[in-house]
Each structure stands twice: as C-alpha cells, then as structure tokens.
Design a protein around this ligand. Structure first.
Ligand SMILES: Nc1ncnc2c1ncn2[C@@H]1O[C@H](COP(=O)(O)OP(=O)(O)OP(=O)(O)O)[C@@H](O)[C@H]1O
Length: 979
C-alpha cells in the first residue's frame, strides 16, 4: 500500500508528487456531489446525487477526501427524486423552426425561426478545472515556475505533523482551476499568512508549484505505456506516415491554386489561394484526409472553404439519382479503401486506390453526398449568406439549412445538396456516440491501470444509470432499433466543423457525435483551436481520424507525455505533427516578406480604472469578508467542501469590479413570465424539489461559473439564464447538461422567484444572490440602479472621445466612411442592462445582442448596427456574440470585463478586426486596479504563452524558426533511429 502526504496530492491527475518522485494513485469509487449553498456566505455542504452533471468537481472532491465527502453526502440526502426525472419534459414546447434553401426554385424557404444554439464556448472553466494538472506541465521552460513567496500557498494551522499535513492536503486541492488557485494564492494568501504567523510553521510548496512533474515512477512498473520508444506497431507505422508528410512539406514554398473563372464572385486573396492548394492536397492525403485550417479570425476561412467546395464540384461529374442513393447510404465505405505507399527516397506519400466496385480513383469518385457544415447556431445564417453572396448565380451551390422541426427525415434528400448547413446541437442529437462512449470507458480503464494523468481519461463517470452501459434500444421482437437521426444515415463526402473549438472537450456529446459522422474528408476551422490545454488537441485528432493520435493512449504517448517531459522538445514535436495537418496564418504572418493582409492596425489598450472611494470601500468589504470566510474554511479543513462557495465569492469580486449592483443579483422577468403557469401546475413536491435544486446547486452546467440569473430546468439542471436561453427558443432543443437528452423550452425553465411563488404563494422578489444583500447595505449609493460605476463612466468617456455623443448629439464620422462605431462586450447581461441605461440617458442609439434573443433578432441587430448610421453602439454578450459574426462597421471594441480565457476575448475583438475593416481598430480592455482582475490578467498571460508554444509563434503571431529535416527525424524517430 502506498502512503503519501496528502498535501502533495494532485487529485485531478491522481498523482502524488514528492521530492522523491511521482507516483499515481487510483481512486476507484466515483460519485457525484452537489454543493449546497446554505446562504450566500455560509459554508456549503455537499450532497450526493445520481446526476452526471457535476462530474467536473468530482475529481476534486473525491480525490481529496472521499470519506469526508461521504459523510457530508449522507447528511444531505439527494433532493432529486425519480418521479421528478420521469415527468414528461417536452410538453408545450413551441415547435417552430427554420428550414430553407438558398435556391428557392429548388426548395422553397419555409419561414420560421429558431434560436437553437449550441455554442459551447463557455466550458473554458471546465477545461481550466479539468486540465490544471496538464497546464502546469506544458508550460515552456521559459516560464517562471512559481516559487516566489507571492505565489505560494502556505499551510494552515499545525502543518508539520502527519495528521495536520493530511488536513492541509484536504484543504488545498491542487487541481483547482487556475482562476480559483490564483484567487486562493493571491487573494487569500494574507489570510493564510496570518494563520502561519500564528503557528510559526514553515512553508510547504504545493505540488502544482513544483517544476513540471513527469510520471516517471511507473515506467518501470507494470506499464510500458510511457516507456520511451515503446509504442504499438500500428501506431509506429501511422506515426511514420505523419513524419513523411511533415517531411514532404518541409520548408516547401506552399503552392497556390485558383478557381476557374466564374465559380466565385470574389477573387481569392493570395493566402486563400495557398489555403486552397493546401486543402486540395490534404484531401488526397492519407495521414488524415482533411485537416485543420487555423487561420486567425477574419482571414477568410469560410471563403477558402467555399472555394474548396466549388473546386471539388467543378471536378466531379453529375450524379444520377440511383447512384446517389446507393452511395449516400453506403455507410460501410466510410473513409475510402486507399493503400498508402511511402516513397522514402523522395519523401513522398502516395495514395493508391484499390480497384473495387465501390471505391474509385479520387478524381472519378463521386461524392456520396455533399459537404456538411456544422457550426454554432449563431453563424448558421452567416454561412448561408456567404454561400449566396460569394458564389455567382451561374455557379450556385445547392444549399440546405438543416435546422428546425420541419427538417427532412430522408437521408437521400439530404444527399442531393452540395452543402448542408447544420448546428452542433443537431449533430449531438442525431449522431450516436456509443463507440466513443466505449472508448471513453477504455481510456478510463487505461487511465486507472496506468495512472495516466489526464483530464480526459479520468473524467469518465458513472452515468445516471449507475455506470451501466447503454445498449441499443430493443424493439418488441428483440431487434436493436437504430435510433440514429438523418445526419447519421448519410455518407458525407466532406464534413466541416466551423468554430471547431466547440468540440474541444472530447467527453461531450457534441464532440463524440461529430466524430461519429461518416465522411471521407474532414475539416476543422478555428482561429483558436487551443484555448486551455493540450488535451483539446486530442479532440481534433479524433475527429480527423488522424492516427496514431486519434487514439487517446497514443496521443498521450506521442504528444502529451513528451510535452510533460520536456516542454521544448514536446512542443516541437507537436508543431511537427501540426505541420502535417494544420495550416495556420495569423494577421502578423508574412508571405514572401509581405504582410499576409493589409488590414488597418489594431491597438489594444489595457485601461486600468480606479474605483471611486465608495466602490473601493464596497469591494474591500467584500474581499475582507471573502478572506475571513476562506480563512475559516482553511482552519476547519473544509475548503474542498466549499468549492462552489469559493467560486461564488470569486464571482462576486469579479462582478463588483463592473458594478456593485451586480453583486446583489436579480431575477429575470422574462423567465418567470413564460414559465409561471407551468410552475403552478407542477405537483407541490416537485416544485419544492426544483426550488431546492436551484438553491443548492451553484454552478452553471454550461459556463461553469456560479450562475448569473440562475434557472433550473424541469429535468433538474441549473444554468445561467443567458447560457441556457440559447437552447430555449428552438423547436427541438435538448438540455445541454452532459448526457441529459430531455427536451427543454422556455416554459420548462424556472427561476427562484417563480418557484417560490408557486411553493409559498405571494410575491417573492428574493433571488439567487439575494442572500448577499442582507450583508450589503442596500441603501449604499453604489447599489442604486442609476449609480454609474467607474467602469461605466470609463465607457462613456471612451464613447465621448470618438463621437462626442455624451456631451452633444453630434457624432463624428470620417468623410465617406460613416460614423465611428463601437462594440461593447460584457459576460454579464445585467452589466449590459446598466450600460444600456446610461446610453439611453445620453440618447445614444444602440443595439443589443445576447443569448436570450432569437437568431432572427440577433441577425437583425447585427445588420442594423452594420448599416444604420444612427446606430453607433452594439452591446454584446461575450457568451453569445464572440463567434463568427462580421461587424466591421465598428472600429472600437470595449471589453468591460476579463474572461478567463484570452482567446475568447481575441475572438470577440476580431468581429471588428477582419477583412473588410477600413479603419484602425482600437480595443479598450477595462480593468480595475488592485483587484482580482489583476490575477485574471496574469492567468490570461500564462495561457497565451502556452498557446504560442504549441504553435511556435512569437508575440506578433509570427512563426518561429523552421524545423529542419534533422529536427523532424529526431522528433519522430528519436536520436538513434535510422529514417
Ligand atoms: N477574398 C475575399 N474577397 C472579399 N471578401 C472576403 C474575401 N475573403 C474574406 N472576405 C470577407 O472577409 C470577412 C471575413 O471572412 P470569413 O468570415 O471567411 O473569416 P473567418 O476566418 O471564417 O473568420 P472567423 O474565424 O471569425 O469565423 C467576411 O466578411 C468575408 O466575406
């Protein structure tokens, strides 16, 4: 039996580090715990439920102190009953939707609307949480490893004896997300210091502060999994192919390709011609047929992809209806039956196509069906518009928007179109994931057996069915019923994932379903493919079927472990692999010494704003209260049990930086209006159960933050109203909680006020955050609706600086270029409300885009902002508006608050800084000095460096020195292996 000091336990990785080495421990029993908020600042207890939903915090709790949690669990019984789960949840959902074609003569558009959106961008915090153990390993050596006292966590009372050291371990879970760690380290280190001073104990450096830890101790044990150079034979062969492809492309000037006249209504820019040539070549490649086009946002990935589709249509012959039907449904012929021949002398990989009746030479082979584009719902219309506007009438593609309740159920019908546009949510709904669920299980077993440090491998949990495998549904005659939807029944020629970072979490239904799509060619489009951790890359490899890395074990062996062993060599290897499958250019890239694109410059200003005296006092009170609460947790050894409560404290500090009123919270009227009647009609005990859930669960299933304007669905999952509202206005919306497939709609989503009204009767304007207001002086000036916070005043000053709008009604404009406009982003809709009030006060004409709006209203808002000279401000929710949209009418971008993940902010900024922009773009990032925002900035910087290391880019986004053939040989083959 292994004994270790628990303060060095990294539970995410189930890894124990000490000065003597690193070993792995297996924590086998898994259970899910929900946090119970007793009151705003009260400690929360943990209750056990059968839900999958909080599995992200399971590692944390479980690994730190299983027994303690078990105790807590038993004292807080599950509030969710079976009866509750079995109620029909889809009743009353408005089933209107959108399905139409770009060519009305072929498929007349049916008017309808849907806001079904599935953007999953806000699982960043989940990723931060799940991958913390990884991110600490992948930091480049240039990274200062935290050892300064300012980054230390010091042990609380009594550290030194084995007993108290154990307590300390329970108290400081090392796998917590960076933002929590940073908060704990820096916001609370004073509290801990106090404790330490009291106890005269020496400092202990937690394991995550240690230099990158490599799981070395298990090499010599039962596993050869991580032994250098030992990989299975097939993986070695596959990797050799990747090596050959990388070698082939080495330092080669990338060729250009252009389309024949008349296929597009715009000329391709030079870098797009290069992309086209590269993609044509990659579609013939064998290492994986397709790849990742990872150009910066706004460089025209959509256009490049349309060019590829046009090119292939031009080359292929028309299909007869019969052959189409046969091929569309021939799912056995998934990815072709091509044989690979490696010509090592010429560094060439050739594709020899087997002579068979079903597989023909590439150029003669007819696509079974066209291209399927999967994108977030918010950019569905934009794709349709680009396909319409950038392709002339004489070369029109047949395009179908596959969305909405009236969408066809006939796969042959789908196969008739050149392009089918759909959303990630629909793919998740229609494409089974069984095979990947089983792989997940395998990875879990692998992880358990070999102690793989992996957020992916270790995050597989028992489902609501207690971990029993779901078998295919059986009919009355015992035969297995095929429950796949129409998308899964088509053999696509090409699948394109736009905003492919949506699948970055390999465990999600969305990610697995995308991998389950049948396709010959596979593409990922993303300007920000890596956001939080290297594990995200695995999802792309798996989708692309890029062996050997599509297998999680091989991915660990070949990519992840080398990075953890030596970040320099490891990242170089990753870059070499990327060379074979990824094309990435940033706006700073040079082609033949010339800038890739002549965009006007973008200037980013970090504007550090000062609190007013009243705000500072308010913030300090909050911070002091948080510190003392934390200190109490630390002293009692209950930090881990209070995880959700700590996140909540962190949220409040962040919100206080925007406007103190946000801390008070509010209830959304729009929620209560729609669902009040439904709530009243529910059985009393169910109302109480839902209310109980809402009051006890504190983390949104989507953004993983404590929910803003919390709501609970009939199926018992808690979200921010803004996050879930993306899923409420469509016609076939599935609850976005992991593994929940319940239908949801606006009428089955309840806020606290609605439920309290139903349970207790009468008006109840208490809200989720309401408990906090008891401690807050409600009369305080900073808590008034009309109080302009420092950030709001800073925003108004910025607007005034370019429009004069806040002092007079005139707005400045450059002759011929229209008025100067700005986009203002916040992650909190309540903050947008407050800014809106100030804009109204100054009669500044604006539009707004947030997650609660229908796709049609969002589209209209963007169009009006772009075209109406009167509209000079767009208020945008960071969660709903940062992806895909073209908003070049704006030359100013104001970020009101910081997001954990800098790439999310980059995405937002590049709505304005993209092709089509004619004016210099000024970005103002507002932060408040000497607050939690300082720490978030530091975390962002770390993430930025990690991403830059993975891509080999410098500050300006330019690539580092090229890899040499020798480099590649070494990276793929090792030092002494012949090529
Ligand atoms: N060759 C071109 N000619 C004219 N306009 C172009 C061209 N290429 C791109 N554009 C325009 O530039 C804008 C940005 O292009 P696009 O949306 O394809 O970028 P993207 O890389 O997909 O961005 P994101 O990552 O934000 O989705 C669009 O308005 C598009 O119509």
């Amino acid at each position: 039996m292994l004994q270790c000091t628990s303060e060095l336990l990294d539970s995410e990785n189930h890894e124990v580090g000490s000065e003597f080495g690193t070993c792995h421990v297996l924590i086998s029993e898994r259970k899910t715990y929900h946090s119970t908020v007793v009151s705003q600042m009260e400690p929360i207890a943990i209750s056990s439920t059968d839900s999958e939903s909080s599995d992200w915090d399971l590692d944390l709790y479980k690994a730190i102190n299983a027994s303690q949690l078990e105790d807590s669990a038993s004292s807080f019984p599950n509030s969710r009953g079976d009866r509750f789960l079995s109620l029909p949840s889809s009743s009353g959902i408005n089933n209107t939707g959108l399905q139409g074609t770009i060519q009305p003569e072929r498929k007349p558009s049916q008017n309808g609307h849907s806001s079904h959106s599935n953007h999953d961008m806000e699982d960043d915090q989940l990723q931060i949480l799940s991958s913390f153990g990884d991110s600490k390993r992948i930091l480049p050596p240039s990274f200062p490893q935290s050892s300064s006292s300012s980054r230390q966590i010091v042990p609380p009372r009594g550290v030194g004896s084995s007993q108290t050291r154990e307590t300390y371990g329970k108290t400081y879970p090392h796998q917590w997300p960076n933002h929590v760690k940073a908060h704990m380290e820096e916001t609370f280190n004073r509290a801990s210091n106090d404790v330490m001073k009291d106890n005269h104990v020496s400092r202990v450096l937690p394991s995550y502060m240690n230099p990158i830890s490599v799981p070395t101790s298990q090499y010599g044990a039962q596993s050869d999994l991580y032994r250098p150079g030992v990989v299975d034979e097939q993986a070695a062969v596959d990797e050799r192919l990747i090596y050959q492809v990388a070698l082939q492309d080495l330092n080669q000037k990338l060729p250009e390709a252009d389309l024949p006249e008349g296929l597009m209504s715009v000329s391709l820019l030079r870098h797009q011609k290069i992309a086209l040539a590269w993609m044509i070549q990659k579609e013939k490649s064998v290492a994986c047929s397709g790849g990742i086009l990872a150009d910066d946002q706004g460089l025209g990935k959509t256009i490049s992809m349309i060019a590829l589709i046009q090119n292939q249509k031009f080359l292929s012959k028309p299909k007869s209806d019969e052959s189409l039907k046969a091929e569309a449904l021939n799912l056995d012929d998934d990815d072709g039956k091509d044989t690979v021949v490696v010509d090592e002398e010429n560094h060439e990989v050739k594709l020899i196509t087997e002579a068979s009746t079903s597989t023909q030479n590439f150029h003669n082979r007819k696509p079974a069906a066209g291209s399927l584009v999967v994108c977030p719902a918010s950019v569905l219309r934009q794709w349709a518009r680009e396909l319409d506007e950038k392709v002339p009438d004489e070369a029109k593609l047949d395009v179908l928007i596959y969305h909405g309740g009236n969408r066809t159920k006939d796969p042959v019908e789908l196969a008739k179109y050149d392009v089918v546009l759909t959303t990630y949510a629909i793919v998740a709904k229609e494409v089974p994931t069984k095979v990947f669920d089983e792989e997940d299980d395998d990875d879990q077993r692998t992880g358990d057996r070999f102690g793989i440090s992996s957020s992916f491998a270790n995050r597989k949990r028992k489902g609501v069915n207690g971990g029993k495998k779901k078998k295919g549904r059986k009919g009355i005659d015992g035969s297995i019923i095929d429950c796949s939807g129409t998308l899964a029944k088509v053999n696509w020629f090409r699948v394109i994932l736009d905003e492919a970072q949506t699948i970055k979490n390999a465990r999600t239904q969305m990610s697995k379903s995308c991998c389950g799509l049948r396709a010959k060619k596979r593409w990922c489009l993303s300007g920000t493919p890596i956001q939080n951790s290297i594990d995200e890359v695995f999802s792309y490899f798996r989708f692309l079927k890029c062996d050997p890395y599509a297998n999680y074990k091989s991915f660990c062996n070949q990519i992840k472990i080398p990075i953890s062993r030596s970040s320099e060599t490891g990242y170089r290897k990753l870059r070499a692999v990327f060379k074979a499958i990824m094309l990435r250019r940033t706006k700073g890239t040079l082609i033949d010494g010339q800038p890739i694109i002549n965009l006007p410059p973008k200037t980013i200003n970090l504007k550090a704003v000062d609190f007013s005296t009243e705000e500072r006092a308010f913030y300090q009170k909050l911070e002091t209260e948080s510190r003392s609460r934390f200190k109490a947790y630390a002293a009692a050894g209950t930090v881990s049990q209070n995880y959700a409560n700590i996140l909540l404290m962190l949220l409040r500090l962040r919100q206080a930086c925007d406007h103190p009123l946000l801390v008070k919270g509010f209830s959304s009227e729009s929620v209560s209006r729609v669902s009040t009647r439904m709530a009243k009609n529910l059985p009393k005990d169910m109302q109480s159960n839902l209310l109980n859930l809402l009051e006890t669960l504190t983390i949104c299933h989507l953004c993983k933050d404590p929910p803003e304007d919390a709501v609970v669905t009939l199926c018992g999952h808690v979200f921010c109203y803004q996050c879930v509202s993306e899923y409420l206005t469509g016609d076939d919306n599935t609850c976005p909680a992991p593994k929940c497939k319940s239908q949801i709609g606006a009428d089955v989503v309840f806020n606290k006020a609605t439920l309290r009204n139903s349970v207790f009767g009468g008006d109840d304007d208490d809200d989720y955050h309401g408990a906090s207001s008891s401690r807050i002086d409600a009369k305080s000036i900073v808590l008034q609706q009309d109080y302009s916070s420092s950030k709001i005043r800073a925003v108004l000053e910025i607007i005034q600086s370019f429009t004069g709008a806040c002092s007079s009604s005139s707005s400045s404009s450059n002759v011929g270029e229209g008025p100067v406009k700005a986009i203002i982003f916040s992650q909190w809709t309540r903050m947008l409300d407050l800014v809106e009030m100030s804009l109204n006060q100054y009669c500044i004409v604006h539009r707004r885009l947030d997650g609660s709006m229908s796709l049609a209203s969002r589209d209209r808002a963007v169009k009006e902002f772009n075209t109406d000279p009167e509209v000079i401000i767009m208020l945008m929710s960071l969660k709903a508006g940062n992806l895909g949209l073209n908003m070049v009418a704006a030359s100013h971008v104001i970020l009101l608050d910081l997001w954990w993940n800098p790439t999310t902010e980059d995405q937002a900024i590049d709505r304005a800084h993209r092709i089509g922009q004619t004016r210099p773009v000024t970005v103002s990032r507002l932060t408040i000095k000497d607050t939690v925002e300082d720490r978030i900035l530091a975390l962002q910087e770390e993430k930025r460096k990690m991403v830059a290391s993975a891509f080999g880019e410098d500050q300006s986004g330019r690539s580092g020195p090229h890899l040499t053939a020798e480099d590649l040989r070494y990276l793929f083959m090792g030092a002494n292996q012949p090529v």
